[in-house]
Design a protein around this ligand. Structure first.
Ligand code: NDP
Length: 285
C-alpha cells in the first residue's frame, strides 16, 4: 500500500506560510506583492484557471488584477498591455494565460514579459538560469513537485529518476530540477524504445504525457515513488491522471492522486514566484 501524497494539504500548508510572509512583507515595505493575469478570448477552461489564480491571490493576501480581453484582440494591443504591466510598479508578476487565440504570436508575447516579472518562468532568460542552477523563478508544476517530494521526506540524491514527457513547461524543467537535487535522471518521450522497461528502473517515476491511465503496474518497480502530472478526462468524463491509480498504488511506496496531487501545487507555486518577484523588486530599489 502506497502512502498518498496529499497535494491539497501540502498546498494549503504552503499557502498559509505565504500568507504569513506576505503580511510581513507588507509591514516592512508598505505595499503588497501584485499579480496581473491576462486572458484573451472565451475558452471556458482558461477562465476557470484564471478565476482560481485570482482566488489564490486573495487567499495569500496579494494585490491582483485580471485583464479580460476579447478574442479579436490584436498582437499590438496585447503587446501594449504587456508593456504597460512591465512598467507598472504595483505589478510584480505577469501571467498571460495560454493558449492564446491562433492569430496571436504566443512566443513573441512571452518574450515581451520582463524576465523580472515572468512568474511562469517561460522566458528564455529564466529557462537558461534554470539550466545553470541559478534561478529566481521555477516553472510552477515542476517546482510544486519538488515541494511535494521534499515535504513527504523523499530523498532524491542518488535515486534513479525517470521523467516521461519532455515539454518545456513540465518534462524538461522537471528533469533539470531532479538533476540539481542529485538524482540520476532519464528523460523519456514518444520515441523512447521499450518505455515500460525504462520506467521499471525508476525509484522516482514522473508521468507527464497527457494520456489517461497509460502507466500500469507493469511499468512501475515495487516500492517506487510515482508522481502523476497528467490531467485527462477518461471515457466517462472523469478527471484522471496518466497513471492507472488502482493498478499502481499497491506497488508504489508513495503516489500522488489525481485530482488532489500535483494539480493544487501549481497555482501555489505561482503565488510563491510572485512573492519572490516582489522581494526582488525591493532589492533592486
Ligand atoms: P505536452 O503534450 O506538451 O507533452 C507531452 C509529452 O509526452 C511529449 O514530450 C511527448 O513526447 C510525450 N508523450 C506523449 N505520448 C507518449 C507516449 N505514448 N509515450 C511516451 N511519451 C509520450 O504535455 P504537457 O507536458 O504540457 O502536459 C503533460 C500532462 O500534464 C497533460 O496531461 C497536462 O494536462 C498535464 N499538466 C498538468 C499540470 C498540473 O498542474 N497538474 C500542469 C501542466 C500540465 P514527444 O515530445 O516525443 O511528442
Amino acid at each position: 500500500m502506497a502512502k498518498i501524497i496529499d497535494g491539497k494539504a501540502i498546498s494549503a500548508q504552503v499557502r498559509a506560510e505565504l500568507a504569513e510572509e506576505t503580511k510581513l512583507f507588507e509591514k516592512e515595505n508598505g505595499f503588497l506583492p501584485g499579480l496581473a493575469v491576462v486572458i484573451v478570448g472565451d475558452d471556458p477552461a482558461s477562465h476557470v484557471y484564471v478565476r482560481n489564480k485570482g482566488r489564490a491571490c486573495d487567499e495569500v493576501g496579494f494585490y491582483s488584477e485580471t485583464h479580460k480581453l476579447p478574442k479579436e484582440t490584436t498582437q499590438e494591443e496585447l503587446e501594449a498591455l504587456v508593456d504597460r504591466l512591465n512598467a507598472d510598479e504595483k505589478i510584480h508578476g505577469i501571467l498571460v494565460q495560454l493558449p492564446l487565440p491562433k492569430h496571436l504570436d504566443e512566443e513573441k508575447i512571452l518574450l515581451k514579459i520582463s524576465p523580472d516579472k515572468d512568474v511562469d518562468a517561460f522566458h528564455p532568460y529564466n529557462v537558461g538560469k534554470i539550466m545553470i542552477g541559478n534561478y529566481s523563478f521555477l516553472p510552477c508544476t515542476p517546482a510544486g513537485i519538488m515541494v511535494l517530494l521534499e515535504r513527504s521526506g523523499i530523498e532524491i540524491t542518488g535515486k534513479k529518476c525517470v521523467v516521461v514527457g519532455r515539454s518545456n513547461i513540465v518534462g524538461k524543467p522537471m528533469a533539470m530540477l531532479l538533476l540539481h537535487a542529485n538524482g540520476t535522471v532519464t528523460v523519456c518521450h514518444s520515441r523512447t524504445k521499450d518505455l515500460a522497461a525504462v520506467c521499471r528502473e525508476a525509484d522516482i517515476l514522473v508521468a507527464a504525457i497527457g494520456k489517461a491511465e497509460f502507466f500500469g503496474a507493469d511499468m512501475v518497480k515495487e516500492g517506487a515513488v510515482v508522481i502523476d502530472v497528467g490531467m485527462n478526462r477518461n471515457a466517462e468524463g472523469k478527471l484522471v491522471g496518466d497513471v492507472d491509480f488502482a493498478a499502481v498504488e499497491p506497488k508504489a511506496s508513495y503516489i500522488t492522486p489525481v485530482p488532489g496531487g500535483v494539480g493544487p501545487m501549481t497555482i501555489t507555486m505561482l503565488m510563491k514566484n510572485t512573492l519572490t518577484a516582489a522581494k526582488q523588486a525591493v532589492k533592486r530599489g
